[in-house]
Design a binder for this molecule. Structure first.
Ligand code: TRP
Ligand code: SF4
Length: 546
């Protein structure tokens, strides 16, 4: 996903209407059909990627098409021991996750980080993210979990008392589910000075117009809210402070605007931009592809010359019909202008290191470090005997040696939102719609028993046509949580449901029972990790009271 200028990835607006249904998602052919669910949010109205708005997505395809989130399935085969949430398509999307996968495969440094706004009780939606962090930790990544207390205070107006209470509860659940606090890092935004310093630094590369475009901020938006955005940017890049490394941010797709901005800022903080060039002028990606093609094909002898020159390519391009080039007329025009202006300049591929925010020392150090033929200009260096990957590595090394961050663009993975048990969306203001990790096990049982289902009007009809597991919040509970690592069990529930062998009454009874057991066990574990939390390196009480 990283083009030369990642800024181009971002569209100007984030809201879109959802007008297509999920009927034809075509999971039927998939071998894992029984393990996958569409998230069941069919029928929701507008979809907005709004980090502070309501979290529903009714059409996941739009996230791929309009926002450039990539399918998780593209990387799944390479993931070592994939988590069941990955196998079942609950984790459905990703941005640039491959570097993290490769690092995990090769035992190289990698990190995972996510943050939690302590605005209420942790619920089964948070459990997805806890599990994702823990899984990455178990695969060898440095794991970070943070309490977004500054954000809760500024964007949600939570008091510090409430924040402390909820923060503690999130952390207990995280530890109870298996996070190792001795090996991983926990922090709260308000007491992490390094994060705040980094946030300030990053703020220098972002401006208000951009926040306006991304988040819809306006003249009435308070400044603390904006600060909480740069703080989150700093959170996301924090694992790389010690050393740049592939880092994954597991979140819901509502956080994608933050991820994109963080990827942009990571890039903008870099000392050097590394690109491929063919002559003294700059080319964009499309233009470069065109020139590369002709550079490849043309022979200087055909022009009675010993070197291929810019004019040669220009001449050839002018003679080639536009249809054959398969590009827009404007692209051609722009390339021709550049080539003709460069005239007799030889056309030679090279790696270009452009100075973005390098110090003078860093620029000089880079000049010294480049082996082979090189040309130094005011704001860039062209190198002729180095390949792209080595160049990237060298640029990062010089940057880090000279006091820069050398950030790698952070990666992300996205999970589906769970449907509310009462249909519609899961909402913390409707207790019956969601299950809190603190719910009394009996209440959890009752909530599942009264959940809506994808069942038919009558038992006969259900036996005949089968249930609609794909639209059933109870099936989701099985797939997202209750079946745990047992794919066969999840598949059996699915197959029996759609095959008409499973009826909703019994199915809910089984789910309710499993939920009761899960809650009881989880709460027991929470009690057991109290001490572990006390010993962990995180302040549980904020010194702030206002
Ligand atoms: N904004 C996130 C939320 O609303 C919380 C958060 C803060 C976060 N910093 C983060 C999430 C860094 C992921 C990574 O829940
Ligand atoms: Fe849902 Fe179970 Fe009914 Fe199928 S049988 S629709 S999975 S409750």
């Amino acid at each position: 996903m990283t083009g030369d200028d990642p800024r181009e990835e971002r569209g100007p607006e984030f809201e879109f209407d959802s007008d297509s249904d999920l009927e034809d998602e075509g999971e039927g052919e998939d071998e894992r059909a029984g393990l996958r669910t569409d998230g069941g949010a069919a029928g929701a109205d507008d979809v907005a990627l709004d980090p502070w708005g309501s979290s529903t997505v009714s059409d996941y395809r739009k996230l791929f098409e309009e926002f450039g989130i990539e399918e998780f399935d593209d990387v799944l085969p390479e993931v070592p021991h994939p988590h069941y949430l990955m196998r079942r398509g609950v984790i459905f999307g990703q941005r640039d996750y491959r570097p993290v996968v490769e690092a995990l495969q090769n035992d190289e440094p990698a990190a995972v980080l996510s943050g939690f706004m302590p605005t209420g009780d942790p619920h089964i939606g948070h459990k997805l993210v806890f599990d994702e962090i823990i899984w990455h930790q178990q695969q060898g990544a440095d794991a970070y979990a943070l309490i977004a207390d500054l954000e809760a205070n500024s964007a949600r107006g939570m008091s510090w008392e409430e924040i402390d209470e909820h923060a503690r509860s999130y952390l207990l659940s995280l530890l109870a589910l298996g996070f190792d606090p001795e090996d991983g890092d926990l922090y709260r935004q308000s007491t992490n000075r390094e994060v705040q310093d980094l946030a300030f630094d990053l703020g220098a590369e972002a401006n208000f117009s951009e926040f306006q475009a991304i988040y819809g901020f306006d003249g009435e938006t308070d400044v603390s809210h904006m600060q909480s955005v740069v703080t989150q940017m700093a959170d996301i890049l924090y694992p790389q402070l010690e050393e740049p490394k592939p880092t994954v941010i597991p979140v819901g797709p509502d956080q994608d605007p933050h991820v994109r901005l963080a990827r942009d800022l990571a890039e903008r903080m870099r000392f050097f931009k590394v690109s491929t060039a063919y002559a003294s002028f700059e080319l964009d990606d499309e233009e470069r592809d065109l020139v590369a093609r002709f550079h490849e094909e043309l022979d200087p002898a055909d022009f009675n010359d010993d070197q291929l020159r810019c004019v040669h390519v220009a001449e050839t391009l002018e003679e080639t019909p536009l249809a054959e080039l398969e590009i827009d007329a404007e692209v051609l025009d722009s390339v021709l202008t550049k080539l003709n202006e460069a005239g007799m300049e030889p056309l030679r591929p090279r790696i270009r290191f452009s100075d973005r925010r390098a110090t003078e020392d860093a620029f000089d150090a880079l000049i010294d470090a480049i082996d082979g033929e090189k040309r130094v200009y005011e704001n860039h260096i062209d190198a002729f005997d180095i390949d792209r990957a080595d160049a990237e590595e060298l640029a990062r090394e010089i940057e880090v040696d000279n006091g820069g961050y050398g950030f790698q663009p952070p990666s992300s993975i996205y999970h589906r939102f769970m449907t509310g048990l009462t249909g519609g969306k899961m909402s913390s203001s409707v207790p019956a719609s969601h299950i809190s990790l603190l719910d009394d096990p009996e209440d959890g049982y009752d909530k599942v028993k009264s959940a809506t289902t994808g069942g038919r009007e009558t038992a006969e009809e259900q036996r005949e046509k089968g249930g609609k597991a794909d639209e059933c919040p109870v099936y989701e509970l099985y797939a997202y949580l209750l079946a745990g690592d047992d794919d066969e069990f999840a598949k059996r529930v699915y197959d029996e449901c759609v095959g008409g062998e499973r009826l909703c009454g019994d199915c809910k009874e089984q789910a309710a029972q499993l939920m009761k057991e899960f809650l009881a066990e989880h709460q027991e574990k929470r009690a057991e990790v109290e001490e572990l939390l006390e010993q962990a390196d995180i302040e549980l009480e904020s010194p702030r009271r206002r």
